[in-house]
Write a protein that binds this ligand. Structure first.
Ligand code: SAH
Length: 361
């Protein structure tokens, strides 16, 4: 019988397993406490559980724990390359702000969306991440912060490798466990899902009815240009995308964020800015201007500071809410997927020894 990853289970699912084993349901709570408050990855150390239960749990389930392959620290970011049980490498980036920590995590190994300027999509999508593998990114970094007495992670953004809405079920389950007051207790409003514009996924999220932040990577104000830099636009063009965004705002009652990466000579003229204001007319939104992080094999370059300021000021003058994301971690190749690329072969390391820790001790 194949053992399940215990962090792929909701609390109710774990309770079922526990009661099937003839133990009281509250044991699930004790186990969650070990997993999500104490970052434990061995049943052997769960000292308030009867030894027999620990053994039977280890027969049915295992506890994953990623292995650190590389850790790069710059002023305001720490970038982790983590290895999963099957040897795949994924990236997680901690962003340090003055009064909080935000974690940018991956949702897939690679990505199928083929945006021209993005490193994560080189080599396509290898696989989806499981719910447990997303939780592990939070737990791994949280444990490190905790051991240093540093402030905890209070925001999570799904803006690392992968397209979250192309891994919908696992992502939603991850969000519910992250949110659960007995899990990591993170408010929905502190969680951001970023999408390249998978319209059916946005519609599903609207039906889900949870007040997470939705960010949509727009990057172009017209279909011709967007088709060129983001192939997903051919399937879900701007009319459909904006319609889904409007519905989201209406039903969830929260404004949406639009990401716009300025690429020199491509989408950064005042004509583009003007088109953008027209496109977003009457939509409750916030625009996040992101500097392009050049990647190998793509000759797109970031816009000059002067052009960037001109673009931002144009939008502001027309009453739009705009922020300019400060450049974070460029010195450590923090743009999505870059660390994994540098490592070669998609970060896959064949020796997966030491993955997880499911022994009884
Ligand atoms: N697939 C999701 C989330 C991952 S990418 C999405 O597309 O939104 C997170 C953000 O970084 C997106 O807005 C993406 O377009 C942007 N991005 C990717 N590569 C970049 C690069 N080289 N420079 C600047 N922004 C980049």
């Amino acid at each position: 019988m194949q053992r399940v990853n215990i962090k792929d289970l909701t609390r109710q699912e774990l309770e079922h397993i526990i009661t099937d084993l003839g133990e009281p349901g509250y044991r699930a709570q004790q186990i969650w406490d070990w997993l999500y408050r104490k970052y434990m990855f061995s049943f052997a150390n769960m000292s308030n559980l009867p030894p027999g239960l620990r053994k039977r749990l280890a027969d049915k389930t295992f506890i994953s724990w990623p292995r650190l392959l590389k850790r790069q620290e710059a002023e305001d970011t720490i970038k982790y390359l983590l290895q999963l049980r099957d040897g795949q490498g994924i990236e997680t980036v901690l962003m340090r702000y003055r009064s909080w920590h935000s974690l940018c995590l991956s949702t897939q190994v690679g990505c199928a969306m083929a945006c021209k300027f993005c490193a994560s999509t080189r080599g396509g999508k290898l696989r989806d991440l499981s719910t447990a593998e997303m939780l592990d990114q939070v737990l791994f970094v949280q444990r490190e912060l905790n051991s240093k007495g540093d402030k905890p992670i209070t925001r999570v953004v799904l803006m690392g490798m992968g397209e979250p809405l192309d891994n919908y079920e696992n992502v939603i389950k991850f969000i519910y466990i992250l949110h659960d007051p007995d899990g990591l207790n993170m408010g929905f409003r502190r969680i951001t899902i970023s999408t390249c514009g998978l319209v059916p996924g946005i519609m599903k999220l609207t039906q889900e009815g949870i007040p997470v932040n939705l960010a949509v990577s727009l990057h172009a104000p017209d279909n011709k240009l967007r088709d060129k830099i983001m192939p997903i636009n051919k399937r879900y063009p701007l009319e459909k995308l904006l319609k889904a965004c409007r519905e989201y705002v209406e039903v969830i009652g929260r404004r949406i964020t639009l990401e716009y990466t300025l690429i020199a000579g491509m989408n950064d003229s005042l004509k583009h800015a003007e088109e953008l204001t027209r496109l977003l007319d009457n939509l409750s939104c916030h625009i996040n201007i992101i500097p392009l992080n050049p990647i190998p094999g793509c000759d797109y370059r970031p816009s000059s500071p002067k052009t960037t300021t001109g673009f931002v000021n144009y939008l502001r003058a027309r009453g739009m809410s705009v922020t300019q994301r400060r450049e974070m971690g460029q010195s450590i190749t923090a743009a999505c997927g870059q660390l994994r690329l540098v490592r070669g072969k998609g970060g896959r390391i064949d020796n997966s020894e030491g993955q997880g820790n499911d022994y009884l001790g």
